[in-house]
Design a protein around this ligand. Structure first.
Ligand code: NAD
Ligand code: MG
Length: 344
């Protein structure tokens, strides 16, 4: 039974009475801390002393403490350091500060779902996971909207875990868009699948394969860039606003006929079979084990693949073309200004 929550369902006073610690000030951290602070919640940010984000958070009017001190003060602790750092941060700085009745929140279930973090039984463990990047959590909040989010309760020690999570989702603006009740397992597995098969992996591979096909056939790289990358946003915006049928209504009949007859040839049964394999590797924990190991050995494959991606010709051509279209990012907060944190 699907449960969606909206503004009227939340009890913000429950969270207004609590001290909140936001750990990390990256993509999600800055957005949660600033939205909650603007809404009158009692927020402190927990950061490592050497973090470049200390200045950014203080300049934004937030109180910054060490991670351990922020956890010691707080009743509600939101863990927004990178997923790969959460276990160490938990063991060293969070666990010693946990006491009965505190609430530990996550924005992604990875470390709980794959048993890397096992909090004590007298602590609430819940999730508030925005279904969008942090810079949109902040931007939509300032525009009066919000990013749809998932909430889940892993362990309810106090009987209030659900209501605290919902109030927190409300505080960051998510109840303006809709909050869906889920489980740590569903959120973790669908999130990993979505980013691997569709949102990040699937779409970047699709764009590059289309670009390469046109360039290899002798067309100008500029044409290939506009066609396969630039226009994608316009199509995705239509889908976002009106669904697939709405998008098809807006494009020409020729485009729609090509979509209907050729789309399933590109994303065919073989592609779907591979998607099922990718999902199985997520469900059986083998992707998680691979990624934990990759981090333990210093990320050699990750760095190699990332560097190769940066060298793809679509990056150079795109950089030049975007310089001639400053309006593309005009007035928008640049992702590079706030995210990526200070991990690299
Ligand atoms: P991020 O990399 O943008 O920021 C992490 C921040 O943590 C850094 O800016 C820094 O302040 C701090 N940090 C970095 N390394 C640290 C370390 N070793 N020890 C302590 N603190 C450190 O991370 P993010 O993308 O905001 O992700 C935070 C959480 O939110 C993750 O669980 C992620 O899965 C989840 N999430 C992210 C998104 C997204 O789009 N970025 C969306 C939904 C959920
Ligand atoms: Mg996601």
């Amino acid at each position: 039974m699907t449960k969606m929550y909206y503004e009227k369902d939340a009890q913000p006073d429950l969270l207004k009475a609590k001290k909140i610690a936001i750990l990390g000030y990256g993509s999600q951290g800055h957005a949660h801390a600033l939205n909650l602070h603007d809404g009158g919640y009692d927020v402190r940010v927990g950061l490592r002393a050497e973090s470049k984000s200390v200045i950014k958070a203080e300049d934004a009017g937030l109180r910054v403490l060490s991670i351990a001190d922020a956890c010691a003060e707080a009743d509600v602790i939101m863990v927004l350091v990178p997923d790969t750092e959460q276990k160490r941060t938990y063991d060293v700085d969070i666990a010693p500060q946990l006491s009965a009745g505190k609430c530990l929140l996550f924005a992604h279930g990875f470390n709980i779902r794959f048993n890397l973090i096992n909090p004590p039984d007298d602590v609430d463990v819940a999730m508030v996971a925005p279904k969008g990047p942090g810079h949109l959590v902040r931007r939509t909040y300032l525009e009066g909207g919000g990013v749809p989010s998932l909430i889940a309760v892993h362990h309810d020690a106090t009987g209030h875990a659900h209501d605290i999570a919902l109030a927190y989702a409300h505080g960051i603006g998510a109840t303006r868009a809709g909050v869906l009740e889920t489980t740590f397992t569903e959120e973790t597995e669908t999130d990993l699948f979505g980013e691997q098969a569709v949102l990040c992996g699937g779409v970047t591979a699709l764009v590059r394969a289309g670009y390469e096909t046109l360039v290899e056939a002798g067309y100008q790289p500029e044409s290939a860039y506009f066609e396969c990358l630039h226009e994608l946003k316009l199509i995705v915006d239509l889908m976002y606003e009106e669904g697939i049928t709405g998008m098809r209504f807006s494009v020409s009949d020729t485009a729609e006929y090509g979509d209907l007859t050729r789309g399933p040839r590109v994303i065919n049964a073989d592609v779907k079979a591979e998607m099922k394999k990718i999902l199985t590797e997520i469900q059986d924990g083998s992707f998680a084990a691979e990624w934990v190991k990759e981090n333990e050995i210093g990320r050699p494959r990750y760095r190699e693949l990332r560097d190769a991606g940066k060298k793809h010709p679509i990056e150079e051509i795109g950089k030049n073309l975007r310089e001639m279209m400053p309006f593309v990012s005009a007035g928008k907060q640049k992702v590079s200004d706030i995210s990526g944190g200070d991990t690299d």
